[in-house]
Design a protein around this ligand. Structure first.
Ligand code: PMP
Length: 411
């Protein structure tokens, strides 16, 4: 017998039924609607407001090159070695100082997306009630979904979460976790007012609900006054960093660059110690060199970069809003973001934005339909537009084409 011949006769071999072998967890995952849409919209002649990517022409390319050299010079081979799961100490130190908390309460993660996944892993048991905004960040739903949450949607209005509605939910529904994006939310661009933040922190505190505050955009405010984070308010409410029921996630993806995948979680010690264990199983640690590069950029480049990005996105948002006012027919509602990368369109009720996308694509313009951002469905007449990665000319032509598409859908 040829030693390469498998012991089992070929005729008896059947490919495994991979689908049947998947775990319950894997079965709960589904393809990201956005990813599928992005595939279509990547054709070169399409003006895409779908993607939600930071503007690459603003990336500090030269500064990252210099920071890479500086990190390699400073740390030598240690820059390329395995490192601690908690994260690069000077980076944790800087984040802790900025938040006024010990570095021990800061966990570096590989993108805040990993933070969401690990938090889902350590906090959500099958059937646990998780409160989410309607609509909410699709990536959070993707992270939480495998762990089998039972979602309850919190109604929202132009000021974000409706707190009366939340109180009514909390009175009748024992919930474990509340997930929210209070600043320039993805997908709506809405911001929760300071007053609502206080009430949210008090209510969740009283009802024993943990809060995950996801804040990748907070630094990118181009107009209006910043409100305190839920995390800061939670700290005030609890009076102790290790009793704070708010867990905070943020990231360098939108302020510096997304490709280094550097982000962090601030939380009470018992959450951090579980996160460390979960992260060890996931990837041991966030890439050492990437954390060192970001650390080199913190003092000078980061503040400059934030100013640059804020200014550019503020101009793009104003331009898009101006064209929307001119080009969209009456009866179309839209948000006016004070920062971030997105705005949200509500079409007259009879228009289905998923169906309308086909017509928009024939006019070479793309967006993301709103429905996938609702954990339990809804929002068929809504859509998300991103202005962060579009030129003035694309904004003008794309919004005009979208206006024509909406008028056609109304006929
Ligand atoms: N949260 C929100 C609300 C986001 O919009 C994003 C990026 N699209 C993330 C988390 C993930 O960001 P990152 O993993 O790059 O830090």
């Amino acid at each position: 017998m040829n030693p390469m011949t498998p012991a089992r006769p070929a005729a008896q071999f059947k490919a495994p039924d991979f689908t049947a072998l998947l775990s319950d967890r894997a079965r709960r995952m589904n393809a990201s609607a956005i990813r599928e849409i992005l595939k279509i919209t990547q054709q070169p002649d399409i003006i895409s407001f779908a993607g939600g990517l930071p503007a690459p022409e603003l990336f500090p390319l030269e500064e990252v090159r210099q920071a890479t050299n500086a990190a390699l010079d400073r740390y030598g081979p240690a820059a390329l070695q395995y490192s601690t799961t908690e994260g690069h100490p000077p980076l944790r130190e800087w984040i802790g100082n900025r938040a006024g908390i010990p570095a021990a309460n800061v966990q570096i993660v590989t993108g805040s997306q990993q933070g969401l996944d690990l938090l889902g892993k350590i906090l959500i048991s099958e059937g646990d009630t998780v409160l989410v905004e309607a609509p909410t960040y699709l990536g959070a739903l993707q992270s939480f979904q495998p762990y089998g949450p039972s979602y309850v949607q919190m109604p929202t209005d132009d000021g974000g979460i409706d707190l009366d509605a939340l109180e009514a939910i909390l009175r009748t529904t024992p919930a474990k976790l509340l997930y929210a994006v209070p600043n320039f939310q993805n997908p709506t661009g809405r911001t929760l007012s300071a007053e609502r933040r206080r009430r949210l922190v008090e209510l969740t505190g009283q009802y024993g609900v943990l809060v995950i505050e996801d804040d990748p955009y907070g630094q990118l405010r181009f107009t209006g006054e910043a409100a305190p984070s839920l995390y800061e308010l939670g700290l005030e409410y609890a009076g102790d960093v290790n009793a704070n029921h708010v867990i905070y996630c943020s990231s360098f993806s939108k302020t510096l660059v997304p490709g280094l995948r550097d982000a962090w979680v601030q939380a009470a010690a018992p959450i951090i110690s579980k996160l460390i264990q979960a992260k060890q199983g996931a990837d041991l640690h966030t890439p050492t060199l990437n954390q060192m590069i970001v650390t080199e950029l913190l003092d000078e480049v980061l503040p400059r970069q934030i100013e640059r990005v804020r200014k550019a996105y503020g101009e793009r948002a104003a331009l898009m809003l101006g064209h929307i006012e001119e080009e969209f027919p009456g009866g179309v509602d839209f948000t006016r973001p004070e920062g971030g990368m997105f705005l949200w369109i509500t079409l007259p009720g009879q228009i289905d934005s998923t169906k309308m996308l086909v017509r928009a694509l024939t006019r070479n313009v793309a967006y993301v339909p709103g429905n996938p951002f609702f954990a339990l469905g809804g929002g068929e007449n809504t859509l998300r537009l991103s202005y962060s990665n579009a030129t003035p000319e694309q904004i003008e032509r794309g919004i005009k084409a979208l206006g024509e598409t909406i008028r056609e859908a109304l006929d």
